[in-house]
Design a protein around this ligand. Structure first.
Ligand SMILES: Nc1ncnc2c1ncn2[C@@H]1O[C@H](COP(=O)(O)OP(=O)(O)O)[C@@H](O)[C@H]1O
Ligand SMILES: [Mg+2]
Length: 461
């Protein structure tokens, strides 16, 4: 019976080679250096899978390793982490190419001075191939904005510290929009609903889960999620419940409640199951007080009992069988390279975007222009009437004037680095080449210096 079920399941999930990404991970351990104490394990032998057309939710208390698991699966683990175990894509060890996967990070890394429409248009021009017309790219950007319900905020600036713009929920949706522009087959989302109210969370998650209805791509979606409502919970196909890096449950979301009930933690009537799971496995707050109140067993014990029960359950065996079935199939290698804009277009778009950003950022051009003018007036006053002869004194004064100008220009240029670092973060999210970024920064710096030098000369003449 079991094997029939299993076979049925495998047949159900088989899709044509080019139409999906199967991701499996087996006995995955992630450790980080922890100062003098040596290494600390963040994930401890996690096993699971994600397959096309399904949404896998990773849940657990904060600090349990959700983002670490997502990072490891997406191949974005930090340099101080070490991992062991096998992560396979379509049964093979391979890298995720550009456009195949997208990762929506927990923090929104957006250019605060741009409007939603501009941010999307620039991203579309950078990420979509040159063979696509500009109008088509804009159309795709507009459709994506509508998909995420951002039509009303299209012309609103994103905003950031000190400049009010979009709400945090809207920013999250802009980040998601930018990532799904390339229609990736594998989508990682780190807490996509944080900052959203329950209705917005539901709409965002249901839209993400139903993206395939619009573009026909059977997408593999993995989302770490924090406190889903019961409606959002029903959207999940599979659930991975972590506690301190250990798997408490991995399997169909619909049978999680049954698993908890069987192991002595029934979900109270009218309580949101996800709230119940998180409350049962959260050991961050010493449970001594609560223990007295509801007479439950200590959380540490509850977690140990659940992890043990899960390891010996039929659900776990089924997950392992499913992982090995997926690995056995010949899904073929992933498409090697998906196109994005070429070098020249990327340079032009980045330079334009950077100019718009700097032009709108009062501290970047305008404040500095005012300082330059003040400096120019100051220098012009000090060095007024240095004489036009070739006398030694006159030459010496001109030399020191050049020194001053060079020193001022250099220091003022350094003032532009914070903006450059912001640009770098945005470009890192867009997975653009760092060389390109330096090229774009050099163009900007060159033009900026040229303008300022001209204004200096005009002033001194
Ligand atoms: N690179 C790192 N160096 C040190 N500790 C880390 C690192 N990455 C994560 N951690 C720690 O691992 C734990 C899990 O982190 P994370 O995966 O971000 O949790 P969350 O489930 O909230 O997303 C946290 O206690 C965090 O402090
Ligand atoms: Mg996290």
């Amino acid at each position: 019976m079991q094997s029939n079920n299993r076979d049925g399941n495998v047949v159900r999930t088989m899709v044509p080679k080019e139409n999906g990404v199967f991701l499996t991970w087996e006995d995955l351990w992630v450790t980080v250096t922890n100062g003098k104490e040596g290494r600390k394990s963040i994930l401890e032998g996690v096993t699971g899978y994600a397959q096309p057309g399904e949404l896998l939710a990773i849940m657990g208390p904060s600090g349990c390793g959700k983002s670490t698991l997502l990072d490891a699966l997406a191949g974005r683990s930090g340099s101080n982490t070490r991992q062991s175990g096998e992560i396979l894509i379509n049964g093979l060890k391979q890298k995720l190419g550009f456009g195949t996967s997208a990762y929506v990070t927990q923090d929104d890394t957006l250019m605060t001075t741009l409007t939603v429409r501009e941010a999307m248009y620039y991203s579309a021009q950078l990420q979509l191939p040159d063979s696509m017309s500009k109008s088509k790219k804009k159309e795709i950007a507009d459709i994506t904005i509508k998909e995420m319900g951002l039509e009303d905020a299209m012309n609103t600036r994103i905003g950031g510290p000190g400049a009010k713009g979009l709400s945090s929920g809207q920013k999250r949706r802009v980040s998601i929009c930018i990532e799904i522009l390339t229609r990736p087959k594998l989508l990682f989302l780190d807490e996509p609903t944080s900052g959203l109210d329950s209705a917005a969370s539901y709409y965002v998650m249901s839209r993400i889960a139903s993206l395939h209805k619009r573009d026909g791509i059977r997408r593999t979606i993995i989302a770490s999620i924090h406190q889903p409502s019961s409606e959002v919970f029903q959207i999940f196909h599979n659930l991975c419940l972590l506690s301190s890096g250990r798997t408490v449950y991995f399997g169909p979301a619909s049978t999680a409640t049954e698993f908890f009930t069987t192991n002595g933690f029934p979900c109270p009537t009218l309580q949101n199951p996800s709230d119940h799971f998180l409350k049962t496995i959260n050991k961050d707050f010493g449970k001594d007080l609560e223990q007295g109140l509801d007479g439950g067993i200590p959380t540490e014990e509850a977690i140990n009992s659940l992890t043990r029960s899960y390891k010996s359950s039929e659900i776990y065996q089924q997950v392992r069988r499913q992982v090995s079935e997926i690995c056995k199939q010949d899904w073929g290698a992933l498409e090697k390279k998906r196109n994005h804009a070429g070098f020249v277009i990327q340079c032009l778009v980045l330079t334009r975007r950077s100019f718009v950003n700097m032009y709108r950022d009062i501290g970047y051009y305008w404040l500095r222009l005012a300082i330059y003018v003040a400096l120019a007036i100051g220098l012009a006053t000090v060095f007024y009437d240095v004489g036009s002869s070739y006398a030694y004194a006159s030459i010496q004064v001109r030399g020191s004037l050049i020194m001053f100008i060079t020193a001022f220009l250099t220091f003022m240029t350094i003032g532009g680095f914070p903006s450059f670092v912001e640009d770098m973060k945005v470009c890192f999210v867009c997975r653009l080449s760092i060389d390109l970024l330096f090229f774009e920064a050099s163009i900007n710096l060159f033009l900026c210096t040229l303008i300022l030098l001209t204004s200096f000369n005009m002033h001194l003449d």
